[in-house]
Ligand binder design. Structure first.
Ligand code: CU
Length: 278
């Protein structure tokens, strides 16, 4: 947490109403603020690795300076002929192995923590498509809808360019949400930095992950697997709201998306592909 505090001196991006915005900030140097437990765990691991790197860098730089000074040609007119030192060789083999083990244990623990939801409250099916997201809520009546980026011309004041969508994912604050990803056409990737979520969306495969948002707010992400011409234009937007508000949203979403697809934005024009046979 210390590192996060140092790098993000601005503190959590909380609006006047206490809502958090999980989005990149200008000149942001560190990881995005955590909107949930997964991201906090990632912050902790990042901090552990950061301080290990600091210690190693300072130690190696110090050694180098000391060697340059102590073993310069001026100080040693007759060069040493030492070529082996068994203890040193064992040390510089064993110590890095120990350091790697210290990194590997929490690293694997984190990977398995992210891998599967325990006692999920409900599931959201996420499908990456060229170039928008398709979301389904199987546990709330199995309604589904498309989520398109809002074009610059339609952006309202306060909306984030290239991050705001027409139909965001909505989840209740505090709920454990299982996410199952698939790809419709090519490989996409479902990535929400402030929630610590990242999963490939691969055609013909179902991959699992989960997240939990611990405060109300809006959390932004993007497809982060290059998936074609409009890859840059398939953002992700998650609204975390109190449970009663979520239930109300589900009720209206069931009605609104019952007839199939919401209007959304028109599909981008297909890219002209040279049809010449090879
Ligand atoms: Cu994509």
């Amino acid at each position: 947490m210390l590192l996060a505090t140092l790098l993000l001196a601005a503190g959590p991006a909380l609006a006047a109403d206490g809502e958090m915005t999980g989005a990149p900030v200008p000149w942001g140097m560190g990881l995005q603020q955590a909107g949930g437990v997964l991201k906090r765990t990632i912050h902790d691991f990042n901090e552990l690795v950061f301080w290990i790197i600091v210690v190693i860098t300072v130690f190696v730089a110090g050694l180098l300076l000391w060697v340059v000074y102590r073993y310069s040609a001026a100080k040693n007119p007759v060069p040493s002929r030492t070529s082996h030192h068994s203890l040193l060789e064992v040390a510089w083999t064993v110590v890095p192995v120990l350091i790697l083990i210290v990194i590997a244990i929490p690293s694997f623990r984190l990977i398995y923590y992210e891998d599967r939801a325990r006692d999920a409250d409900f599931t959201i099916n996420v499908q990456g498509r060229q170039w928008y997201w398709h979301y389904a809520y199987p546990d709330q009546g199995n309604f589904s809808f498309d989520s398109y980026a809002v074009a610059d011309a339609d952006l309202q004041p306060g909306q984030l360019r290239n991050l705001t969508v027409d139909n965001p994912l909505v989840v209740p604050v505090g709920a454990t949400v299982r996410v199952i990803t698939t790809g419709h056409d090519v490989i996409h990737s479902f990535f929400i930095p402030s929630l610590g979520v990242q999963r490939y969306a691969i055609p013909g495969r179902a991959l699992e992950t989960w997240f939990q948002v611990d405060r109300a707010g809006t959390f932004y992400g993007q497809c982060n697997q290059i998936c074609g011409t409009n890859h840059w234009f398939m953002p992700i937007m998650v609204r975390a709201v109190p449970k009663p508000e979520f239930d109300a949203w589900v009720a209206q979403a069931q009605a609104r998306f019952a007839q199939g697809q919401a209007p959304g934005y028109p599909e981008p024009a297909p890219v002209a592909v040279a049809s010449a046979a090879r």
